[in-house]
Write a protein that binds this ligand. Structure first.
Ligand SMILES: *Cc1c(COP(=O)(O)O)cnc(C)c1O
Length: 355
């Protein structure tokens, strides 16, 4: 499929102060768009000026939430190279999400090609400040003007780009999270493993209550017994107990994070014992009481590694590693950000450069 290009005739001014970018507010000059229609497949791939889209008020995505998305970043290295971190994994996961949400499959190789072309056009928008990056948001949603429940016949696939500031502007500060005991995020047979809007809509209430109590995030338990740890807001979770790295196994209700997968691969290569298994919140509290809970950290594209300093479960408050980042968390952060910003060799072959 050919990609038609329509350049903007009114390019926007680039942000002058990259330290004030924040996250998700600023968008570049162009976006990638393609359409799907049953019978025709994906067609009309195009790069067009970033701008509003028009939809029928009956568009199915607005009523029944048939939508999926991805999130990744482009990084600028010291020599000016712009590069991506494991983008093939994002498009692969997008197809897994699509399958669950009855959205048509995409051609992963074509999508990577289209993304590279889009970023190549928007290269100057990739921030130059250390830690800042270009956030990439591919998404697909149903557009049929029909207020009935069924999988749609018409979809839009869009990629927008947003220059974003450094996640940690004041150092890697550990976060405060609590174990959510009222709400659940995902259930057996549900959509927990898919990157779909519904999983976020369902999490907002718990998240809002956590914020009211001055907590940054909630730690979700399994939706069946509410005993086993699953993940945090938009991050997977890891525990270091007595030197062993443990993370919940992927049972269908946990999002298979690419940072999670990369963390496991790095730890194994560095000789740590890593176990993916069910782990109960009781086991974590017991490890804490025994003085064996060495580290707790979240993993995700936005923060890469987010150390947890304060974990609350009911009345029990656990302060982890003196509320400081632990050695394994630090090693993972340094390795992944080092590879992403081209500061250390890409020993795993994870980097895809933009020409
Ligand atoms: C995206 C996401 C993650 C992290 O995935 P990465 O690929 O590491 O960015 C974790 N949990 C949820 C619910 C997510 O949506």
């Amino acid at each position: 499929m050919e990609i038609k290009v329509v350049k903007t005739d009114s390019p926007k001014a680039k942000p002058t102060d990259e330290t004030k970018l924040g996250f998700g507010h600023v968008f570049t000059d162009h976006m990638f768009v393609m359409n799907y229609d049953t019978g025709e497949g994906w067609h009309d791939a195009r790069i067009v000026p970033y701008g509003e889209i028009s939809l029928s008020p009956a568009a199915m995505c607005l009523h029944y939430g048939q939508e999926i998305f991805e999130g990744l970043k482009a990084y600028r290295t010291a020599d000016g190279t712009v590069q991506l971190f494991r983008p093939d994994e994002n498009f692969k996961r997008m197809n897994t999400s699509a399958e669950r949400m009855v959205i048509p499959q995409i051609d992963e190789e074509f999508m990577l090609k289209a993304l590279k072309q889009l970023i190549s056009m928007e290269k100057d928008w990739v921030p130059h400040t250390d830690g800042a990056s270009l956030y990439i948001r591919p998404f697909i949603f149903a557009t049929d003007p029909y207020v009935g429940v069924r999988p749609a016949d018409h979809y839009l696939f869009i990629i927008i780009l947003s220059p974003s500031g450094a996640y940690y502007s004041t150092g890697l500060n550990p976060v405060k999270i609590y174990v959510e005991q009222n709400y659940v995020r995902a259930v057996r047979g549900g959509t927990g493993f898919a990157k779909t809007a519904a999983n976020y809509a369902i999490s907002l209430k718990g998240q809002a209550e956590a914020h009211d109590q001055d907590y940054e995030q909630v730690l979700w338990l399994d939706g069946v017994e509410q005993k086993y740890v699953e993940e945090v807001g938009s991050m997977n979770i890891f525990f270091v107990i007595d030197g062993e790295v443990i993370t919940p196994q992927l049972t269908g209700s946990v999002l298979p994070g690419i940072t999670r997968k990369s963390s496991i691969e790095i730890c194994r290569k560095r000789g740590y014992k890593v176990t993916e298994r069910r782990i109960s919140i009781q086991e974590i509290a017991d490890a804490y009481d025994a003085g064996k809970l060495d580290e707790v950290f979240g993993t995700g594209t936005a923060a890469v590694i987010s150390p947890v300093g304060h974990l609350k479960w009911g009345d029990k408050i656990m302060t982890i590693n003196d509320n400081k980042i632990g050695p394994i968390s630090q090693m993972l952060y340094d390795t992944m950000t080092g590879i992403q910003w081209g500061k250390i060799p890409d020993e795993f072959g994870w980097i895809v450069k933009i020409d």
